[in-house]
Design a protein around this ligand. Sequence first.
Ligand SMILES: Nc1ncnc2c1ncn2[C@@H]1O[C@H](COP(=O)(O)OP(=O)(O)OP(=O)(O)O)[C@@H](O)[C@H]1O
Ligand code: SF4
Ligand SMILES: [Mg+2]
Length: 356
Amino acid sequence: MTAPLVEVEQLQTYFPIRRGLLRRVVGNVQAVDGVSFSIARGKTLGLVGESGCGKTTVGRSILRLVEPTGGRVAFDGLAVRDLRGRDLRNLRRRMQVVFQDPYGSLNPRMTVRALIEEGLIIHGLGSARERVDRVVRAMERTGLSRQALERYPHEFSGGQRQRIAIARALVLEPDFLVLDEPISALDLSIQAQVVNLLIELREQLGLTYLFISHDLSVVEHVSDEVAVMYLGRIVERATAAALYAQPLHPYTLALFSAVPTVDPARRRRRIVLVGDVPSPSNPPRGCRFHPRCPLAESVCREVDPPMVSLPEHAVHCHVAARELARSGGNASVAAATIAALLADRATPPTATLSPG
Ligand SMILES: Nc1ncnc2c1ncn2[C@@H]1O[C@H](COP(=O)(O)OP(=O)(O)OP(=O)(O)O)[C@@H](O)[C@H]1O
Ligand code: SF4
Ligand SMILES: [Mg+2]
């Protein structure tokens, strides 16, 4: 097996909270607190979880758009956090990002040509003529015609603007893209086109993706593996097939139960979680999900659940660990038991859960 392209180990990113005249640090938002995963070359890891759980911060920390507080990030074997100057610039060319908002992320005063060319100029790549060729090639790859070269972003629809943003990333011939909610701001009718384009580009160019989205169906469609985040941590991670067929973590089950589905095998009783997500500046001790978990036991309030690993599946939960042990490691049996327990215990509606 080849080495993963991206490896993240115990990543921590805290944001200081400052107060008073002297802007003294009085605490930290623990946006990401001990996240580990790897992504093989050419594969896609989907990242899901409620708003504010730290998905964007994971993506930005890998790219060093924010400085991580701790942990290790390796890209193609390079220790990302140790790189400086030219080495960091070279690495940044190989790792690009596409944001949610194609309106806010494109400077309205720049033409499409200037927008896509900008990265090539910053990185000192190619002569003026070569740069135009590369710009046109990137536009063609994303389905934009060269007639668009001298036009401005406001002349385009949301879907086409997102194609411009993707071309802007692709022109640098990266290996890895962080796609942070790349379709959430688009009309439903064009979301599928952009998703299909991203899949095609991954296949044609051998790209590797971190795909952040609150749309669980799209994540399943695009991803090889999926990680579920809650309050700065990954609580469950598995191949997309294993996670969607046999979710083991109560939080994952609650997220999935909120998604309408036509597939009777997937239809689950809605699990309504009580209470708000606690503040990431003061996360609960023990299992961070315990204040909202219908299955919480006394151990959950005290002891951080360790990871239990199966070949295609990893989960941090005391009850899941016990059910896996009881079933001899049979995820399907354990998942069915946990789903039944949750259906019994999930409380009547007092708060709703919205993924993303
Ligand atoms: N620059 C920053 N300074 C201070 N706090 C921040 C900063 N960026 C993010 N946070 C906080 O870190 C936590 C995680 O935020 P993040 O944007 O990573 O979440 P997210 O999962 O991407 O949410 P969403 O689904 O809404 O995009 C939140 O509590 C957020 O308020
Ligand atoms: S460890 Fe306990 S509180 Fe946390 S998810 Fe599992 S059952 Fe719920
Ligand atoms: Mg985000």
